[in-house]
Design a protein around this ligand. Structure first.
Ligand SMILES: [Zn+2]
Ligand SMILES: [Zn+2]
Length: 197
């Protein structure tokens, strides 16, 4: 089969995928590093051929694939799904959600072991942000000392977002850029879009 690359001149530009190898590479980002790692991994799953059999995709990932920047990958995967009996498609669990879940467990374990090291400790003390979903998972696997640090990072972020939202409501400004806080609150409350079933 001939594969072609979608370059300039098409509206479907690839989401830039970075080959991160560690969640530590994302500690400098604004939001939760586990979310950022998984978001990139999810984009790769939707744009590159899956290295496993696919039986079912959830609503979110079916539509994510339909909107992907790599229509050839999407079409090939949809052909596989169309070839399965309807019952298989309806009863299996989502293969992309499953891969994300396995990767999430791996990255949570990585972060837990890193919290015993100086670099991650100074990150979480100073400005570390974790969403509630990943924060609680990291906390439950951490030593008591690290759990306290995670707890106070979660509290600090909750207070910061509460303050930002309150200010936005007080000084209502229709400029949508100012309301970027809403996205950060959504990530804090529920992890980034599509990362949790
Ligand atoms: Zn997260
Ligand atoms: Zn899914």
């Amino acid at each position: 089969m001939v594969r072609r690359r979608f370059g300039k001149g098409t509206s479907m530009r690839p989401h830039r995928i970075v080959n991160y190898t560690s969640v530590l590479q994302l500690l400098g980002e604004k939001g939760c590093p586990v979310c950022a790692f998984l978001k990139n991994y999810q984009a790769a799953l939707l744009q590159e051929p899956l290295k496993k059999d696919v039986n079912h995709l959830c609503n979110f990932h079916t539509w994510g694939l339909a909107a992907t920047q790599n229509p050839i990958i999407a079409a090939e995967l949809f052909l596989t799904l169309l070839s399965h009996p309807a019952e298989t498609v309806a009863t299996s669990s989502c293969d992309i959600c499953l891969l994300l879940h396995l990767e999430e467990e791996r990255r949570i374990r990585e972060l837990i072991s890193c919290l015993e090291q100086r670099l991650a400790v100074s990150w979480i003390r100073a400005q570390g942000v974790l969403c509630i979903v990943h924060g609680l998972k990291v906390k439950s696997g951490s030593s008591p000392a690290s759990a306290v640090l995670v707890e106070s990072a979660l509290k600090r972020q909750r207070e910061r977002l509460t303050q930002e939202l309150t200010q936005l409501l007080e000084q209502y400004d229709p400029n949508p850029v100012k309301w970027g806080t809403l996205g950060r609150v959504a990530e804090y409350l529920a992890a980034q879009r599509g990362l949790q079933p």
